[in-house]
Every structure is written in structure tokens, then in C-alpha cells.
Write a protein that binds this ligand. Structure first.
Ligand SMILES: [Ca+2]
Ligand SMILES: [Ca+2]
Ligand SMILES: [Ca+2]
Ligand SMILES: [Ca+2]
Length: 392
């Protein structure tokens, strides 16, 4: 419901004439589906991708199984329901997944990091001798870790040659692998090797210098000379430091990137924390200057959100042209409507099943992006689908 002046006053379909209530974001109630027929299976990660080339996005779920982990493709079967279509066994313990078209055939592919290696499973339409989607024997090894297994992966054309590349990180390492656009990969380049007292906490893709190709952005945390400290570092072309931001006295972990203030430079949200007994956890918003990071507001005053995020996203959910913030604190999904200048509205909570994590977004039917979360503690590798119901 829109009041004169275009401000949204309705919430959850109920007209609430509260002054200043401007949240236009909404999702339909979460619809759970099971990615596995095995009760002990747990969902680890999720992504939307058109791996069949039919023009519509399916949901790829990374599933932990007794024995060997797997990728499961699920297709929509109605308003929010998902049904299993295929399962590809990975042979190792899954760290994470991301998607891109690595062989230039116009069909999205899935890169998966396991305890053994990083592999791209190629998507495809049904053809003679090959079913549609992902198949177990149609993959390419992106790289094999040399010192310690990777746990995170991010895909994108980081070196701006038109071909999708891969960033890989572990506790101590960040490695970059350039794709050739035809499904093969260059030897990996070790970009970061941290000392044992430091570790990488998160990795994301974002165009923080606004040149049209994404940077790899990661967090490094550990012991400094006399204190703990955490840094956000952005790598141009996947390999050279573009800019960084360091905070003393706190550790930094997961990240999200998005253009919060509409200047075509992707900004960053980063989780700050201190472990027990202090047990602090919140989110710092960093404004990209194109060559580094500062804050929003008067004089660059830094902006904080009181969210104990374990997963988060900066994305325009209600299509008002302003990036919004969504987060799971591990038990609850919440969102904050963005003002477009670094400020965010009041928190709105929505049930999204047990232990929602790995927020995945796809534009599949409703005008705004739909959301899938992995319900990481639920049996049968449950995922929950939230159809976008924002007042667009
Ligand atoms: Ca492809
Ligand atoms: Ca590239
Ligand atoms: Ca860039
Ligand atoms: Ca918005």
C-alpha cells in the first residue's frame, strides 16, 4: 500500500498508518523443501543457477551426507516448493559453491570446493548420451590445494578478460585461478599466505572501484604487534591489492558487497567479532572510495548495524533503487530497508526455518529477487524458499 509521496506504509499486507514506517520489503512465508532423502543429510550452501539452459534458474544445494557430500539440483514446482532433480556426489567434504558460465556455452556451471580440490561441474541441456543439468563425469578440476584444503570459493571475471575466474581461500591462503572461457584453467597463483597467527575469515566478489569487473574482497584477522586487528582487502584482477581497511581491537569475518549509496562503487558490510568471554558481534558498513574504504555519513562517520550476522547480503530487495541489508544471525532472518545514503530502517524479522544460512537470491518469477536459505541444522538437508512479496 502506497501513501501519497510514494512511501510504503503497509507491512505484511496490513495497512499500518505508522508515521515513518517505510519498509516496503516483504517475502511470502518460507516454504520448506528437502534436498535429500537421507535423514542425516544437512544443507550447507545454496545458489540459483540455470544449469539446464532453459532460461529459468534452478536451485543448487550443497549437501553434507554421511560418506560423501553432494550437489543437488532442485527445480521449482509451484509457489515456493522445490523438487529434487539430480544429485552429483563430490567425493570429498564440501566447503562451498558458486556459479558462472566457465566454458562460454551460455549455460551456467557450478564450481565446488571440497577437501580434495576445486572443480567446475558443467551445466548443459539434454543431448544425446547426456541428461540435462549437472552430471558426475562432466567436470574440470580448477586446482588442487598445495598446503591446506580450501573452504571458500568465489566466481567472476576478476581480470576483466571476459572469462569467468575463481578465487579460493582457506584459513591461511588466498589463491587465484584464471579461467580461459572454454572450460580450462590456468595454474593457480598464490596471492596471500598468512602467518599462523592470522586467518582469512570471509571472501566475496564486488566491484569496489566501479570499473565494471569485480574485485575479490576478503577479510584477514589475527594478532598484531600488541593487539588483535582485522582487515578488509580488495584485489584488482584477483591478484593486486586495490585498497584495504584495518580495524584495531576486533576480528573481522564474513562479508557482503553492494552499492549502498548509489555511486556505482560497491560498498562492503563486514562482520566484526570478539570471541568469549566478550562475545561481541555486529556489522560494520564500509563505503568504497574506489581506492580504499571509509564510512558513511558526516565526515565519513562509520556506520554500524546491530546484527549478529552469520550470513548477509546487500541487495535491492524491493526494487526502489536502493540497496537493502538482509542477514541471518543463525536463528532468524532479518532485513533492514536501505535509505540509499548509508542509513537503514528498523529491523524486520521473518521466520525462515531452523538455522538459516547461505542466503541465495534469484530472479525467477516475482519482479524482485526470491530468496533460498539453507536450514543447516534440519534433517533431510532442508532448504526454505521465500518468494519476494515486496510492494514493488
Ligand atoms: Ca557453461
Ligand atoms: Ca577472467
Ligand atoms: Ca572493479
Ligand atoms: Ca531497496
Amino acid at each position: 500500500m502506497r501513501a501519497p509521496g510514494g512511501k510504503c506504509l503497509g507491512l505484511f499486507g496490513v495497512a499500518i498508518a505508522a508515521v515513518g514506517l517505510t519498509a516496503c520489503i516483504n517475502f511470502a512465508p518460507a516454504v520448506p523443501s528437502q534436498a535429500s532423502s537421507v535423514e542425516a543429510a544437512r544443507s550447507l550452501d545454496a545458489a540459483f543457477a540455470d544449469v539446464t539452459g532453459d532460461g529459468s534458474e534452478d536451485v543448487i544445494v550443497g549437501v553434507a551426507l554421511p560418506g560423501a557430500d553432494a550437489l543437488v539440483r532442485m527445480a521449482r514446482c509451484g509457489s515456493g516448493c522445490l523438487e529434487r532433480r539430480e544429485q552429483v556426489v563430490l567425493g570429498g567434504d564440501l566447503g562451498g559453491i558458486d556459479t558462472a558460465d566457465f566454458d562460454g556455452d551460455g549455460v551456467e556451471d557450478v564450481v565446488a570446493v571440497t577437501s580434495l580440490d576445486a572443480r567446475v561441474y558443467f551445466g548443459g541441456a539434454a543431448a544425446a548420451g547426456r541428461p540435462e543439468g549437472l552430471v558426475a563425469d562432466d567436470f574440470e578440476v580448477v586446482g588442487v590445494p598445495e598446503l591446506e584444503a580450501w573452504s571458500r570459493v568465489v566466481a567472476g571475471d576478476f581480470d576483466d578478460d571476459g572469462d569467468a575466474d575463481v578465487g579460493l581461500s582457506s584459513r591461511q591462503l588466498y589463491d587465484f585461478v584464471a579461467g580461459d572461457g572454454e572450460g580450462a584453467f590456468a595454474p593457480l597463483v598464490n596471492v596471500v599466505l598468512l602467518p599462523a597467527r592470522a586467518s582469512i575469515g570471509g571472501m566475496v566478489a564486488g566491484d569496489v572501484d566501479g570499473d565494471g569487473d569485480p574485485e575479490v574482497v576478503l577479510t584477514e584477522s589475527g594478532l598484531g604487534v600488541s593487539n588483535v586487528l582485522g582487515s578488509v582487502v580488495a584485489f584488482r584482477d584477483g591478484t593486486s591489492v586495490l585498497g584495504s581497511y584495518t580495524e584495531q581491537g576486533l576480528l573481522l569475518t564474513g562479508l557482503a558487497a553492494g552499492d549502498i549509496n548509489g555511486d556505482r562503487l560497491d560498498d562492503v558490510a563486514v562482520v566484526r567479532f570478539l570471541p568469549d568471554p566478550i562475545n561481541l558481534r555486529d556489522v560494520r558498513l564500509l563505503r568504497s572510495t574506489g581506492s580504499g574504504f571509509t564510512g558513511f555519513g558526516e565526515g565519513g562517520a562509520l556506520t554500524l548495524l546491530p546484527s549478529r550476522a552469520v550470513a548477509m547480503e546487500l541487495r535491492d530487495i524491493d526494487l526502489d533503487g536502493k540497496v537493502d541489508f538482509l542477514a541471518s544471525d543463525g536463528g532468524r532472518l532479518s532485513w533492514w530497508h536501505g535509505s540509499g545514503s548509508g542509513g537503514f530502517g528498523a529491523r524486520v524479522d521473518r521466520a525462515a526455518g531452523p538455522a538459516p544460512n547461505s542466503l541465495a537470491f534469484g530472479t525467477v518469477g516475482s519482479p524482485g529477487p526470491d530468496l533460498v536459505v539453507a536450514n543447516t541444522t534440519a534433517p533431510f538437508a532442508q532448504v526454505s524458499y521465500l518468494t519476494n512479496a515486496s510492494q514493488l
